[in-house]
Write a protein that binds this ligand. Structure first.
Ligand code: S3P
Length: 172
């Protein structure tokens, strides 16, 4: 039962634009827990934007830092942690999250992801090409991994607070 592990951090995973940060903030408020966004924590630690880390040092370097930061956030027992879309794709980070947290996959259809990510294009992975094509490809590659999470919720049509409520129902 997942309820028995509710003392663990809830870690939100899923593609860019799925709503991890917004849903996470709401979920934390509803649970009376703290919320932290792993990408923000990486930017704080590196004193650089995620896009700058990708540009200056490359994706592999970013993934190493991301793994260390997520390990620390879990260790610090934050209540709800939103991760960047690629975090759970890294085998070590995935093992850590599955072992020490409650992983929740926020699943979403392609059209919604394209729509949401087009509002502000600060994402290094969507800069060099057609966002729909890139997101479609990432979906095929990553969904089989995201599906290893014990909890999956959809964030397509309803407001983010409904998604947060679905998560509470699933883990309660
Ligand atoms: C990434 C997602 C981003 C950010 C980085 C890489 C990915 O986070 O970590 O640009 O590999 O999917 P969001 O999912 O919050 O956009």
């Amino acid at each position: 039962r997942i309820a028995a592990r509710i003392d663990r951090p809830v870690v939100l995973i899923g593609l860019m634009g799925a709503g991890k940060s917004t849903v996470g903030r709401r979920l934390a408020a509803m649970l009376g827990r703290d919320f932290i966004d792993a990408d923000d924590a990486i930017e704080d630690a590196a004193q650089r934007k995620v896009s700058e880390i990708f540009e200056e040092f490359g994706e592999a370097y970013f993934r190493d830092g991301e793994r260390r930061v997520i390990a620390r956030l879990i260790e610090e027992k934050h209540g709800v942690i939103a991760t960047g879309g690629g975090a759970f794709v890294d085998a070590e980070t995935r093992a850590l999250i599955l072992d020490q947290a409650i992983a929740v996959w926020i699943d979403c259809d392609l059209e919604t992801l394209v729509e949401r990510t087009s509002r502000r294009n600060h994402r290094p992975l969507l800069r060099n090409g057609d966002p729909r094509e890139i997101l479609g490809k990432l979906m095929k590659e990553r969904n089989p991994l995201y599906s290893q999470a014990p909890v999956r919720v959809l964030s397509e049509d309803g407001p983010h607070k409904d998604t947060a409520r679905s998560i509470i129902e699933a883990i309660d």
